[in-house]
Design a protein around this ligand. Structure first.
Ligand code: AGP
Length: 539
């Protein structure tokens, strides 16, 4: 059995932090985040274990080793260790002297077994395995497997033996595979528990729970304004960042869609920072605005999913999202990875300007670190969105409402729905309802309200009461318990409680699932919706 080297999910991508991590008895490669690794590490160090790296993975290695030192065999030691881990992760484990044994475990991050001739493989998906085999078995959430050259035994999270089907993959190392999903969009929504921590690990020191942001070549303490420009979903990510940066770093943010900003000759501050957000890195309007800002003396930072893209090449600083290839035209995992980078940028500017304390920073970072687990849990309850989609599919118009950072989410949710289901949908600041949109409300208009129980929640409840009074059918996305909702709703998607800073990343997922399942009911081309391209490289 062989474990291939991969870069650290934690800590800076250095050789010291690269996988596999090992003791004399155990070697592990790992994708995702072990949220409770600091507690495990402290406990194991107290028991005499010595750690060499800054990674969470090493805690897994020592935990399994410790269980073996307590007399358990490799398989039982791995199983005992798995029960103690919290977070969203995928693991590959091998043991000294056991050259016909590998343990695999999936909890929140995709994992697939590859069937070779007299050998077995382990990878995140069919692409990773394409060079070795096209016969794939996808592990389900919570599965773990005992692998031998001759095959694998798969168990569920309760230790019951289960059978998972083997499928022929069409992936090659060049193509992209839908995995065991019906559409690329579905696969990409489900990859978020894996790709968000991969992105965060590039900007956060997981051991200290502090932001570790690359040098943008500009003194963040001295900037007097941040300019953000992007298009579509990427613009909505930037709009969330406006709220974050202004609240945390007390720096004004000017944001505009690139198709407008490129022509209005906006005056720009001397030595300002201009941030461009783009999944493809090739969007013509965004590139044109980047060039305008560069010509006007701005320091250019770009948040892109394609590091070799034109926007990246023309930037002074590139901040990659590590979302992996995003094939579905409707952007999902790239959006939440963009938010991950922007959240770290907001904290980095706040720390440089002394407007955020170390305790506040640690609280924000920990809130981001625990997100993958909550997203994985949401995805396990995906079925609840099918019923909502059935109702939405009958609507002609849908309204999305939100306040604060939930307002850009309302805009993004409306964009998701309209671009793949072709149902007309509009996002509004909830406070804007009485300035016109309320005229639209009647029993035929579903209203999707994004409302975490934050300091704006009661005001949003008031808006919901106005909607309900006119027969509007409310679908509420909120962590507030039913008894806190003094308004009739048609459906309530109960969300887990997370830090207010993390809510935009978490609340994006139900809006993605609502759009996806509605489009499936509508029978539209989910991955390639009509009239749209994945990258708009022309005006
Ligand atoms: C998002 O679902 C849309 N496909 C579209 O709005 C997209 O976000 C926009 O075209 C920007 O693309 P970019 O991120 O590649 O620049």
């Amino acid at each position: 059995m062989a474990l291939v080297t991969r870069w650290a999910t934690h800590g800076r991508p250095t050789e010291r932090n690269a996988h596999p991590h090992m003791t004399a008895q155990v070697s592990v490669v790992h994708n995702g985040i072990i949220e409770n690794f600091r507690e495990l590490r402290a406990d194991l160090e107290a028991k005499g274990h010595t750690f060499e790296t800054d990674t969470d993975t090493e805690a897994v290695v020592h935990l399994i080793t410790h269980e073996m030192q307590n007399g358990l065999g490799p398989v039982e030691a791995a199983r005992a260790a798995l029960k103690q881990l919290r977070g969203a992760f995928a693991l590959g484990i091998i043991f000294a002297g056991q050259d016909d044994l590998m343990i695999a475990a999936r909890q929140g991050s995709p994992l697939a077994l590859g069937h070779g001739t007299g050998e077995m493989y382990l990878g995140s998906d069919a692409i990773a395995l394409a060079p070795f085999t096209d016969t794939i078995t996808y592990l389900e959430e919570g599965d773990w497997a005992v692998m031998h050259r001759s095959g694998a035994e798969i168990f569920d999270r309760d230790g019951r033996r289960v059978d998972r089907p083997s499928v022929k993959s069409v992936a090659s190392s060049l193509l992209v595979d839908k995995g065991n999903h019906r559409h690329f969009m579905a696969k990409e929504i489900h990859e978020q528990p894996e790709v968000i921590p991969n992105t965060l690990a590039n900007y956060i020191d997981m051991v200290t729970a502090r932001v570790n942001f690359p040098d943008l070549g500009i003194d963040l303490a001295s900037i007097n304004r941040v300019t953000i420009s992007a298009c579509g979903t990427a613009y909505y990510a930037g709009l969330v960042a406006k709220y974050w940066i202004e609240r945390i770093a007390r720096v004004p943010v000017e944001i505009d869609v690139a198709s407008e900003m490129r022509y209005r000759e906006a005056p720009l501050p001397k030595d300002g920072l201009a941030v461009f957000v783009s999944q493809s890195g090739e969007t013509a309007d965004t590139l044109a605005t980047l060039r305008y800002c560069k010509a006007n003396g701005q320091r250019i930072a770009s948040i892109v999913n394609v590091r070799t893209s034109t926007i990246a090449r023309e930037s002074d600083a590139v901040l990659p999202t590590l979302a992996g290839p995003e094939i579905g035209v409707a952007s999902t995992k790239a959006f939440t990875c963009q938010l991950s980078v922007l959240a770290c940028l907001a904290v980095a500017i706040g720390r440089a300007r002394g407007t955020i304390s170390a305790e506040q920073e640690v609280e924000i970072v920990n809130g981001l670190i625990e997100l993958p687990r909550h997203i994985a849990a949401l995805l396990r309850n995906e079925q609840t969105f099918v019923a909502i989609a059935q109702d939405l599919s009958k609507a002609r118009d849908v309204l999305y409402l939100g306040r604060g950072t939930s307002y850009p989410l309302a805009l993004e949710g409306a964009l998701k729905l309209k671009e793949i289901s072709y149902i007309h949908a509009e996002g509004y600041a909830a406070g804007e309802l009485k300035h016109g949109p309320i005229a639209l409300i009647d029993e035929n208009v579903p209203v999707i309200v994004v409302a975490p129980e934050d300091d704006l929640f009661e005001k949003t409840i008031s808006n919901m009461q106005e909607v309900a009074a006119r027969g509007g059918q409310i679908i509420l996305i909120s962590d507030a318990l039913p008894e806190k909702i003094s308004c009739k709703v048609a459906a309530h998607i109960l969300m887990p409680k997370v830090s207010s800073f993390a809510t935009p990343l978490l609340y994006a997922v139900p809006t993605q699932l609502i759009a996806y399942h509605t489009a499936v009911v509508m029978g539209t081309d989910v991955d390639q919706p009509r009239n749209l391209a994945k990258s708009v490289t022309v005006e």
